[in-house]
Design a binder for this molecule. Structure first.
Ligand code: EAX
Length: 325
């Protein structure tokens, strides 16, 4: 009996050690709720890395703003209190102005250009730059092209924006865009359903999936397909944490995140037609071909404004514009 107890204890200890060997748990933060673009990328990453590491690496996803807003999520990544995050380009630009280049309005003609820039050397330059603010930039997943909704009137030209209070992300470039367009931009972190419902703001801008997943059709009447900014997520790790990992683990994480990002971009792009149909069926009035030239003309001056002033930012913007001509 005694021997059995000893054996049982040894066995239990061995099991315990095996468990602690698998102690690498990645805490990953997203501000959005399940069904959102960020969550789809995060869940795919979790699936891939847990399978490939045979359980040595686990991922715990913190979603729906349970860790705070996107700026707060990024601060936690910097400190390594969480190890990874998938965060929208907007709130990222106060950490590193290089991020503003991709958020330049009407920059990309199509997804081919997007992928070429993000997955190529120009995208790599942005990811590398993030190291100076404590992030290991892994790759980019996507929110998609952003469109305007509001509750006051159909918007066809920038003139229709006069006096509209439009919620923007906590981002210097997004604020500058809507100022240049003649609206009244109000920076506010995500989520914003209550603010829209109560009329604290008249409108907002986001890709179509957001209007569907967050049910904005319940509280916003007018949708304009402005596609003014290609909105990306940056998939990042804490640099502090990253530097403690061996090269093989780093490779495995980087590959899994990239594959998850590519999967999510494809998924997102395949659903936009269906989303538009759904939003119309829910009663939204859609302006499908706004006067984009007039919008473009209003924001042309942004290139020379303060948000792009830093020489390395200006240099990258020039090269990305060249690549997307
Ligand atoms: O991804 O804050 C925003 O407008 C973001 O696009 C939102 O988190 C949805």
């Amino acid at each position: 009996m005694k021997r059995f107890t000893v054996l049982a204890t040894v066995f239990a200890l061995l099991l315990f050690c095996a468990e602690t060997r698998a102690a690498t748990t990645i805490k990953l933060g997203v501000v959005t709720k399940p069904g959102s673009a960020q969550n789809i990328a995060a869940e795919k990453f979790k699936e891939l890395i847990e399978r490939r590491s045979k359980g040595d690496i686990r991922v715990k996803i913190f979603h729906s703003a349970s860790l705070g807003n996107e700026t707060e999520i990024l601060q936690q990544v910097q400190m390594n209190s969480i190890q990874m995050a998938i965060v929208t380009g907007g709130p990222f630009d106060t950490f590193d102005p290089m991020v503003r280049v991709i958020n330049y309005p009407f920059l990309f003609k199509d997804y081919q250009q997007v992928d070429q820039v993000l997955d190529g050397p120009l995208g790599a330059e942005i990811l590398k730059s993030l190291e100076s603010s404590g992030f290991k930039g892994l790759c980019f997943s996507e929110n998609g092209f952003r469109n305007l909704t509001n509750n006051k009137r159909p918007v066809r030209t920038p003139d229709d924006l006069k006096g509209l209070k439009i919620r923007v992300m906590a981002s210097a470039i997004h604020k500058a865009i809507w100022q240049a367009l003649g609206a009244n931009p109000t920076p506010m972190p995500w989520p914003i359903y209550t603010e829209l419902e109560q009329g604290v703001i008249d409108g907002q801008e986001n890709p179509l999936w957001v209007m569907v997943v967050y049910k904005f059709y319940e509280i916003q009447k007018y949708l304009t397909l402005t596609r003014h900014v290609y909105s990306f997520h940056i998939d990042v790790a804490s640099l502090k944490w990253w530097n403690t990992l061996d090269a093989k683990t780093q490779r495995m994480i980087k590959d899994a995140m990239y594959e998850a990002a590519v999967y999510q971009r494809k998924d997102n792009r395949s659903k936009n037609a269906e989303r538009l149909k759904f939003l119309k069926a829910k009663g939204m009035q859609v302006v499908e071909d706004p006067d984009i030239d007039a919008f473009r003309a209003k924001v042309a001056k942004l290139r020379h404004m303060d948000v792009y002033k830093a020489p390395r930012v200006q240099s990258l913007l020039t090269r990305v514009m060249e690549a997307t001509k």
